[in-house]
Write a protein that binds this ligand. Structure first.
Ligand code: ATP
Length: 524
């Protein structure tokens, strides 16, 4: 108890959970004061999501117990958790996209007291909650028409409507634009002021420092430290997480770009509704450089990656790569692009990077399974696949290093390492890489960044798409900015700062004396 009158909002006592050989949580103790924002950090696979799943009733702990407001509670299902006043905002939203906000919030709460008073009473209550917490949401909007940031707010609204006083957010900003993330933190502050307790899992130490009151650190299934945020630093937290000092900046020499390896000329693409999503994009990618593509997500970056990698076909323009001219009339698919030595780390590892039912050693060769190294004459050469997978798991610190574990059962960050390792280890001439460190811990980010720079220094070209401005600025040698499907500006990374990039991303940058703007469609 914090004192005689104020019990902890939530207290965990000696929680343990094992999955086969993996001890995901070991004797975890945690005390969270009411009306505070409490950060939980730890490396990929440290056990954070497992712990939150236990609090929310997805998993039952093998031992230990939970107290809410000083009372011991039994949480065997999410209904039990909701009953205890606990709500959760998942990384992957649990919404019916074709329903309205109101319908989504009502779904599963049909027996609720307010609904018995009629849908109008429910609507009024939702509007009240949305207003009280600055959620800025139209309760009659169709969910699939809302941007990601607003869909996330629907999840928050859902939890609040069900009476949540403790809200768990698992890596909530991974999919948000910087503006959406700022809004989310304003909402969390408003929730805190109303006495709601927030448990925030994030890999971004900047967010921990800016928004939490306290922070707890997990390492290899154990809770290893608790700190008051005001009395710690990013450096100390990084060291506590990883167990050694971590460099928080990218170490690289100046680029020495040479010949053009890929050029796109006036590339455009229309979506199925006939809307132009990629507009007259021209760019050149040179050996020995990292070209960063900055932009608020949804401004054509994903379409650009898809067209360049052969996943989709352009409608206008052409791409020159490896001596080939690729156009709408002479398209090449993703497998053909791979044969030309292009590798691609897709932005969404679940949808496009992995088959989650596959074991790690199978996922590790996906797309390259026909190569002579793994393909025996009749059957796949499993031993070669296993050996390769084990070597990569060691080099990329995939945890647990078990090639037979299904990819679905790796933590999010470790899944990402499996995909990146697969693509980088092909030693491609051109690497297209989307959101490389989404959901990845700082120790692993350091390794991923090092490997990308190493590839560059060996004379390869990298096209990096990231919504993380810090990452774009730290890794890129040159930066292009996309807005509304077009390239609207370019910068030398040395001249880039957050403000200029932010303005360019909003297409609000005007500097007539500067070379930091470009004609749409000119090769940059
Ligand atoms: N259903 C499962 N079956 C087997 N192992 C699992 C399962 N769920 C989690 N694990 C393992 O438990 C450990 C903890 O995973 P968890 O997802 O809790 O980590 P995390 O700290 O949330 O990581 P990340 O930051 O990458 O999301 C990992 O080794 C993971 O592979």
């Amino acid at each position: 108890m914090t004192n005689k009158t104020m019990p902890y909002a939530i207290e965990l006592r000696d929680i343990s959970k094992r999955f086969g050989a993996v001890q995901a949580n070991k004797d975890i103790c945690l005390q969270v004061a009411a009306g505070t924002i409490h950060g939980i950090i730890g490396e990929n696979g440290a056990g954070k999501s497992t712990l939150m799943s236990i609090i929310y009733g997805f998993y039952e702990a093998d031992s230990g117990h939970i107290e809410v407001d000083g009372q011991r509670v039994q949480i065997r299902s999410s209904e039990d958790a909701i009953q205890a006043g606990i709500g959760m905002v998942h990384q992957h939203f649990m919404l019916v996209e074709t329903f309205t906000v109101l319908e989504n919030v009502m779904l599963g709460a049909e027996g609720g007291a307010l609904l018995k008073q009629g849908i109008d009473a429910a609507r009024i209550e939702l509007q009240r909650l949305a207003e009280e917490y600055s959620l800025d949401i139209d309760v009659d909007a169709i969910v699939e028409e809302l941007p990601v940031g607003l869909q996330q707010r629907v999840e928050i609204l859902k939890a609040l409507y069900r009476g949540a006083r403790i809200l768990i957010l698992d890596e909530p900003t991974g999919v948000l634009t910087p503006q959406e993330a700022d809004h989310l933190f304003r909402i969390l502050k408003a929730l805190k002021e109303q006495g709601v307790t927030v448990l925030l899992i994030t890999h971004k130490l900047r967010e921990i420092m800016a928004s939490t009151d306290n922070v707890s650190v997990m390492r290899q299934g154990e809770m290893v430290a608790h700190r008051e945020t005001a009395h710690t630093s990013k450096e100390e937290l990084a060291e506590l997480m990883v167990g050694k000092k971590v460099r928080l900046t990218v170490n690289k020499d100046e680029a020495k770009p040479s010949q053009v390896l890929l050029s796109a000329k006036h590339v455009s693409q229309f979506d199925s509704q006939g809307v132009k999503r990629l507009k007259d994009v021209s760019l050149e990618l040179r050996a020995g450089e990292i070209l960063g593509i900055a932009g608020v997500s949804g401004n054509g970056q994903s379409e650009l990656l898809n067209v360049l990698s052969g996943i989709t076909t352009m409608d206008e323009g052409e791409i020159e790569f490896a001596g080939e001219t690729i156009s709408a009339k002479t398209p090449k698919n993703a497998a053909q692009m791979r044969d030309l030595k292009m590798a691609h780390v897709p932005e969404d590892r679940h949808k496009m990077g992995l088959v989650t039912g596959f074991e790690a050693y199978e996922a590790a060769v996906l797309g390259y399974h026909n190569s002579a190294a793994y393909n025996g004459k009749i059957l796949m050469n499993r031993q070669a696949m296993l050996d390769e997978c084990k070597t990569r798991m060691a080099a990329w610190d995939v945890r647990p290093p078990n090639p037979h574990l299904k990819t679905a059962n790796f933590s999010g960050g470790n899944q990402q390492k499996i995909v990146i390792a697969r693509e980088v280890e092909q030693n491609p001439d051109v690497l297209l890489i989307g959101q490389p460190t989404r959901g990845v811990d700082i120790g692993a980010i350091e390794n991923i960044h090092e490997q990308i720079v190493k590839l560059r220094d060996s004379g390869k070209a990298i096209l990096l798409v990231s919504v993380e401005l810090d990452e774009i600025m730290a890794l890129s040698d040159r930066i292009l900015v996309m807005f509304d499907g077009a390239v609207v500006g370019q910068l030398d990374a040395k001249d880039a700062d957050e403000r200029t990039l932010g303005l360019m991303m909003a297409n609000a940058f005007t500097d007539p004396d500067s070379e930091q703007s470009n004609e749409k469609g000119a090769a940059v």
